[in-house]
Each structure stands twice: as structure tokens, then as C-alpha cells.
Design a protein around this ligand. Structure first.
Ligand SMILES: C[S@@+](CC[C@H](N)C(=O)[O-])C[C@H]1O[C@@H](n2cnc3c(N)ncnc32)[C@H](O)[C@@H]1O
Length: 225
């Protein structure tokens, strides 16, 4: 996607998020954006039909392999990262609150390799709690209202089984830096909530932004002992 298209798509995100928030709806704008896109991923800033580049670099460096282990992808959008994990040999479940995104993901990557489900991070199926060897969270926490941040982190943490791993990919900011406009980057203080949930931080990789003025991207990994 060229810079102009990304800028236009981001402006639309901000407009929709503001409009829905004014009506007291923190989540409705996601499905509205996917619906409005009508199959054109270029109007969705994060949807590039490729696995996340920062996660992919981390996975390649760590020679990530599933070997039949279970993985859960949180807020999977169009499913590119879920499909990538399937190709690496994980048994993948991927969910999103937006029915339109899940329908689209099934068209792109559906079949018997990945289970795509409509589900809410805050009310997940009970059988998912403590059930996954590998949990992947990319950019789902950062566009949720700040007052939901701790609950969102608690909810993501709960999916990780004993001995399992969590990888979080996010925009990062200093603890005392203003959050600015959506998406609101996470701080190290925010991330400490994963540790409060019984996870041990095992790696913290900082990727400088590709474009000037943008936030760093962080790839942070955790393990449940
Ligand atoms: C910024 S997008 C990132 C999508 C994907 N992870 C990616 O990187 O391409 C955030 C995603 O989280 C989903 N989402 C937002 N709130 C959610 C919730 N409460 N439960 C599940 N998914 C949610 C949205 O529908 C959207 O697809």
C-alpha cells in the first residue's frame, strides 16, 4: 500500500472510531470498517494480506515451529498471521469480534488447517482458558480504549497454558509519553500487567519505525512456568 492510501485509511479509522465512541460503542467501528471495505483490503490500514513483518522476523530468527502444538491468534483480522502459524505447523484457532473479518479470513485461508471463530476477547469460550501452547496478539490491545487495557491484558494472558508462550506485537511508547490518537501504543508499565498475570518476560525486541514520526514496534515474549 502506498503512503497516501495508508494515510487515507488511517484517517477513516480515526473518524469511525470517534463516531462510534461518541455513541458509547468501543467496538462497532471494527466491523463497520471491514464492511465498508467491501473486499478491498487497501482501505484497512493493518490488512496487507501478509504475515506481520515484525512477527515474521522474530519467528524466522527463533526458527519457530509448531510441531502440532496448539496456537491461538487474538483479534486475527483477515487471518494472515493465523495462516502463517498453520504453515509453521501449529494447530491454529483464530478469532475476531468482527463477523465480516472472519468471513473474509475464511475465504482467504479457510479449510481444515485453521479454525476461524467469531468471539469476543472479553467473553471467550470457557474451553479456551489455559488451553493454548502459543498465543499471538498483534495490534488488538492498542486500539481498545485505555480503560479496558488491563482487562484486555488479563484476558489475553488467560489463554496461555502452563509451559506455554505468548508473543505480543505492539506499538510502544515511554511510560510518561502522551498516547495521542488511536491506535494508542502500549508502555512498559502497561506490559508489566502480563507479568502480574503469572507470565515471565523472556524477550523484548525493539524495531525502530519505518517512517519518521511513527512509534517503535515492540515484539515481547512471555512464558507461563
Ligand atoms: C488493529 S486490528 C489488527 C488485526 C490483526 N491482528 C492484524 O494485525 O492484522 C484489531 C483487530 O481486533 C479485533 N477486535 C477488536 N476488539 C476485539 C474484541 N473485543 N475481541 C476480539 N477481537 C477484537 C478487530 O475486529 C480487529 O480485527
Amino acid at each position: 500500500m502506498d503512503n497516501d492510501s495508508i494515510e487515507k485509511a488511517r484517517e477513516r479509522v480515526q473518524q469511525l472510531q470517534t463516531d462510534f465512541a461518541a455513541r458509547g460503542d468501543a467496538f462497532g467501528w471494527f466491523d463497520a470498517l471491514y464492511q465498508e471495505a467491501a473486499g478491498n483490503n487497501e482501505t484497512i490500514p493493518w490488512a496487507d494480506l501478509e504475515p506481520n513483518a515484525y512477527f515474521k522476523q522474530w519467528a524466522e530468527k527463533n526458527e519457530l515451529k509448531g510441531d502440532g502444538r496448539t496456537a491461538l491468534v487474538v483479534g486475527c483480522g483477515l487471518g494472515d498471521d493465523a495462516n502463517y502459524l498453520s504453515e509453521l505447523g501449529f494447530k491454529v484457532t483464530a478469532f475476531d469480534l468482527s463477523p465480516t473479518a472472519i468471513e473474509w479470513a475464511k475465504k482467504l485461508y479457510g479449510g481444515d488447517k485453521t479454525a476461524f471463530e467469531v468471539a469476543n476477547l472479553f467473553e471467550p469460550p470457557s474451553e479456551w482458558i489455559g488451553a493454548f501452547d502459543f498465543v499471538l496478539e498483534i495490534y488488538t490491545i492498542q486500539p481498545l480504549p485505555l480503560e479496558m487495557r488491563e482487562d484486555a491484558i488479563d484476558a489475553v494472558s488467560r489463554f496461555v497454558t502452563a509451559g506455554g508462550k505468548l508473543v505480543v506485537v505492539t506499538r510502544g511508547r515511554e511510560d510518561d509519553e502522551p498516547v495521542g490518537e488511536v491506535p494508542w501504543p502500549l508502555s512498559r508499565r502497561d506490559l508489566s500487567r502480563f507479568v502480574a498475570n503469572g507470565l515471565r518476560q523472556t524477550e523484548f525486541v525493539v524495531f525502530p519505525p519505518e517512517n519518521e514520526g511513527e512509534a517503535d514496534r515492540w515484539v515481547v515474549t512471555y512464558k507461563r512456568n
